[in-house]
Write a protein that binds this ligand. Structure first.
Ligand code: PGA
Length: 259
């Protein structure tokens, strides 16, 4: 059974007081007409806010907190880096791996993304593996080939469980206001699910959540949330406002529920 998800990637935005203010407004706005269990919400704030947000939410909150990044090693002399154990002890359960901004602005290779995914799985955290093509790949008809390469490079030998999440985010749609056509998002999410079925098992493919990301907003989310292979959204810009992210999470919750 796949509970749909609404994930907020705040990137390098907000001060700590602004982050706490968001939580204060978002939680009641979300639960006004959504029941716990109708949608899995995870917020990926800047790393120093993980612990204060966890405290603000309280231990029994159904909202998860994630990290936008992780380092490949378990522990050691790696100044400035964050391990899975550090992130978990601060309250993170989910980790973004291979976000396009890290691949394309910070030069993370497919191979490095694979090592980070391996770390997340070994550390028993939930990975959110991001994949997606550049505009030139799409224009050259290479979309599936690029995404397949990213999936194959990331999953080299690791076990995968239904707890893993994949976000299909076409790079040209991120932060541009040019969201993908719903039929293209469905085609790619279905392609990813079929790849999982062949590479792992049909059972894993049926249980893994696949999200669409790229210029999602409260106006366009319902077009994606009802697609059969899209289990929710990874949201950047529109997740910074509590009312807008609550509206997106509600639309996902009301899209037909678990699949
Ligand atoms: P966007 O970002 O919603 O602002 O396009 C999505 C993302 O980067 O995950």
């Amino acid at each position: 059974m796949r509970i749909p998800c609404a994930y907020a990637n705040w990137k390098m935005h907000k001060t700590l007081p602004e982050a706490l203010e968001f939580i204060y407004e978002f939680v009641p706005a979300l639960f006004r007409d959504v029941k716990e269990g109708d949608v899995g919400v995870t917020i990926f704030p800047p790393a120093p806010y993980i612990w204060p947000i966890r405290q603000e939410l309280g231990d029994d909150s159904p909202i998860f907190i994630g990290s936008q990044n992780i380092y490949t090693e378990k522990e050691g002399a790696f100044t400035g880096e964050l391990s899975g154990n550090i992130l978990r002890s601060a309250g993170a359960s989910h980790i973004l791996v291979g976000h396009s901004e890290r691949r394309h602005k910070l030069d993370e290779s497919n191979e490095l993304v694979g090592r980070k995914l391996d770390r997340v799985i070994r550390d028993r955290l939930f990975p959110v593996l991001c994949v997606g093509e550049l505009l030139r790949d799409r224009e050259a008809g290479r979309t599936k080939e690029v995404v397949k390469e990213q999936l194959e490079a990331a999953w080299t030998g690791q076990e995968v469980t239904g707890g893993a999440i994949i976000a299909y985010e076409p790079v040209w749609a991120i932060g541009t206001g040019k969201n993908a056509e719903p039929r293209d998002a469905q085609e790619m999410c279905e392609y990813i699910r079929t790849w999982i079925a062949e590479y792992f098992t049909p059972e894993t493919a049926a249980s893994i959540r696949i999200l669409y990301g790229g210029s999602v907003n409260p106006e366009n989310i319902s077009q994606y949330a009802r697609l059969p292979d899209v289990d929710g959204a990874l949201v950047g810009g529109a997740s910074l406002d509590p009312g807008s992210f609550a509206a997106i999470a509600k639309a996902i919750a009301h899209s037909g529920g678990a699949r």
